[in-house]
Design a protein around this ligand. Structure first.
Ligand SMILES: [Zn+2]
Length: 311
């Protein structure tokens, strides 16, 4: 472990007290157990999960607030916004807009958010819709579902390393849309799916899976600081990049790591090569985004931000 990352972890730990309720949500809702649906038989086209354009979610007549699915992001743009916020935190606007990421595990209901313009506060309601995601059944190595005591201790230890990283709130250095984590990327799949591993229910899928043969270069979605580059039980060889503003990009199941913790990367830099390490059914890239603690659908931030639902 390098000096840089020790300092980082120390910083992360120091900020924990500020975001304790948020952290609890991560600890209970976070998932680093990831898999991929079985490949279709040879000769058949892949069957990508359709990406649901959030703007097309029907809003029942008479309901108040803009509809957002769990794992979605709302965007509220306007002139002269100075601050954005919700019940838990406040933050700077980005390119003249406030963004409100909604965690994949957020229950149906209403979230109140606000923005400030020249000292005046406006509030808006986000109406959280039922999760539209399907269920999938996966077959993986049984030892990755029913863990031995030794593996459980290891997985717990690794979770304790990862969770504080979601509390980092460094200066934002990103802009939308983010860059693709693969060159010539296929359609991302499986975000939000509820999953059965070997018939046993496990947490919903918090990222997007891309088909990629082992050895495909994996690219940083945006500039940032590598805050994790390690080999973990569920995630395999994995990299976390902090882009500031609470946005962390996550790359899992790599066959090789080409970066180290504490290293700065630019958008498009190679982080490693894709593979099949950790809990997987085969080679693929798992790409996740956590934004202020919310697991959001990466496809939304790789697309046009103006297409996001707005109050
Ligand atoms: Zn995955």
């Amino acid at each position: 472990m390098g000096v840089h990352i020790q300092v980082l972890r120390h910083l992360a730990a120091a900020r924990l007290s500020l975001v304790a309720p948020l952290l609890l949500a991560f600890a209970t809702g976070a998932s680093f157990a990831l898999g991929q649906a079985a490949a279709p038989p040879a000769g058949q086209p892949p069957n990508p999960q359709p990406v649901l354009p959030l703007g097309d979610v029907p809003v029942p007549a008479g309901a108040s607030g803009v509809g957002v699915v769990p794992g979605g992001v709302a965007r509220w743009a306007g002139e002269g916004i100075t601050r954005c916020g919700d019940a838990r935190e406040t933050w700077q606007p980005l390119d003249g807009a406030c963004y409100y990421p909604v965690d994949l595990g957020q229950e149906e209901g209403v979230l109140e958010v606000y923005r400030e313009t020249a000292g005046r506060r406006e509030t808006a309601k986000l109406r959280i819709l039922p999760p539209p995601y399907a269920e999938e059944s996966l077959r993986v190595d049984p030892r990755k579902v029913r863990l031995s005591k030794k593996d459980r201790v290891r997985a717990d230890r690794e979770r304790k390393v990862v969770v504080p990283l979601f509390s980092l709130r460094t200066n934002p250095v990103f802009s939308f849309p983010l860059g693709s984590p693969l060159r010539n990327a296929p359609t991302p799949r499986n975000f939000g799916k509820r999953r059965l591993f070997n018939g046993e229910p496990r947490s919903a899928h918090g990222g997007a899976d891309y088909r990629a043969p082992t050895g495909t270069p994996v690219l940083a979605t945006e500039e940032g600081l590598v805050v994790l580059a390690a080999h973990h039980f569920f995630a395999g060889k994995n990299v976390f990049v902090d882009h500031g503003g609470g946005l962390i990009s996550i790359y899992m199941h790599l066959s090789r790591l080409d970066v180290i913790e504490g290293q700065r990367v630019k958008r498009g830099d190679r982080l490693g090569l894709s593979g099949a390490t950790g809990r997987v059914t085969g080679p693929h890239l798992h790409f996740g985004l956590k934004w202020r603690g919310a697991r959001v659908d990466p496809a939304l931030l790789l697309g046009d931000p103006a297409a996001l639902p707005s109050p």
